[in-house]
Design a binder for this molecule. Sequence first.
Ligand SMILES: NC(=O)C1=CN([C@@H]2O[C@H](COP(=O)(O)OP(=O)(O)OC[C@H]3O[C@@H](n4cnc5c(N)ncnc54)[C@H](OP(=O)(O)O)[C@@H]3O)[C@@H](O)[C@H]2O)C=CC1
Ligand SMILES: CC(C)(CO)C(=O)C(=O)O
Length: 310
Amino acid sequence: MKIAIAGAGAMGSRFGYQLKKAGQDVTLIDPWTDHVEAIREHGLQVDYDGQLDSVEIPILYPQEVTESYDLVVCFTKALGLDAMLANIKPALGEHTRVLCLLNGLGHEKTVEKYVPAENFLIGNTIWTAGLDGPGKAHLYGSGSLALQNVVPGHEEQAKEVAELLDQAGLNATFDPNVRYSIYRKAALNGCVNGVCALLDCNLGSFGSTDSAPVIIREVVSEFAAVAAQEGIILDQPEVVSYVESIFSPDSIGEHFPSLHQDLVQKGRLTEIDFINGAIARQAVEYGFRAPYCELITLLVHSKEQILGAK
Ligand SMILES: NC(=O)C1=CN([C@@H]2O[C@H](COP(=O)(O)OP(=O)(O)OC[C@H]3O[C@@H](n4cnc5c(N)ncnc54)[C@H](OP(=O)(O)O)[C@@H]3O)[C@@H](O)[C@H]2O)C=CC1
Ligand SMILES: CC(C)(CO)C(=O)C(=O)O
């Protein structure tokens, strides 16, 4: 299968690396000049749980894409998804399946502008990754991913993609109820991503504070209230345990959430409007308020402004 990773930052590099090591025909696509040039010159350099490795892997700028792929895995930031898909139209053939694994809520609307719904797969992942610099990915901890076809009747294609990613060691499964998993994962991000950026700490440090259980319980209940309006009934105690399970150093407690990486480490604008911001907006549409999500969103935007994030 000819695979493209659209957005080859930290996570795209992880997926590209693992797929390449598994023998797949994979091409990275990314607009960041230093990163693209570093990978062209030195290969993708990887620190994998302390083991150094490098792989030769083709990488294109979006405007260099001329051919279609069998599978395109989207790993841009939420703010970059639309521009990426607009710029790689030649990659999206009649039969190209597009898998969107970004954090947050509401990406369907963007993808569906460029991809027929029957080719669209949605999912989410708890894998982690960071970049130590252009062309240098830092991979640690364990993870998994779940995906599903958007249009009923296309389960076999979705299962085939899950199988292929699983064979690359990505712990991938077909999930017949992926919208539940997306809300569950978004709730997890809603509890920790903005807060760790505001507190400038990793997951484990936040998890060890006395306030963490209260914040987690309240944020999960706001995600659950919005999800319920869409017919998705989150098992709140289970979601709270899921959030708490990531704080141990044996899990991903050492990890600085991607929103911390963006805002604090790189001075970039964040995905907060697709996480807590999405819940605050949707709650208002459904006639109630989600005050914890509202406040986290406002504070993250304040911090973006204070830091002059771009
Ligand atoms: N990192 C993680 O551990 C996890 C991330 N995710 C999710 O995966 C998706 C992708 O995230 P992630 O891989 O972390 O994103 P990255 O920031 O590592 O990469 C995304 C894009 O950011 C740009 N970029 C990154 N660093 C720089 C830089 N220093 N200068 C200029 N451009 C840069 C590139 O394009 P561009 O310039 O167009 O932005 C790149 O394609 C997000 O939705 C995220 O929430 C999910 C689980 C874990
Ligand atoms: C790994 C995890 C769950 C941590 O919040 C994540 O999704 C992120 O870093 O964005």
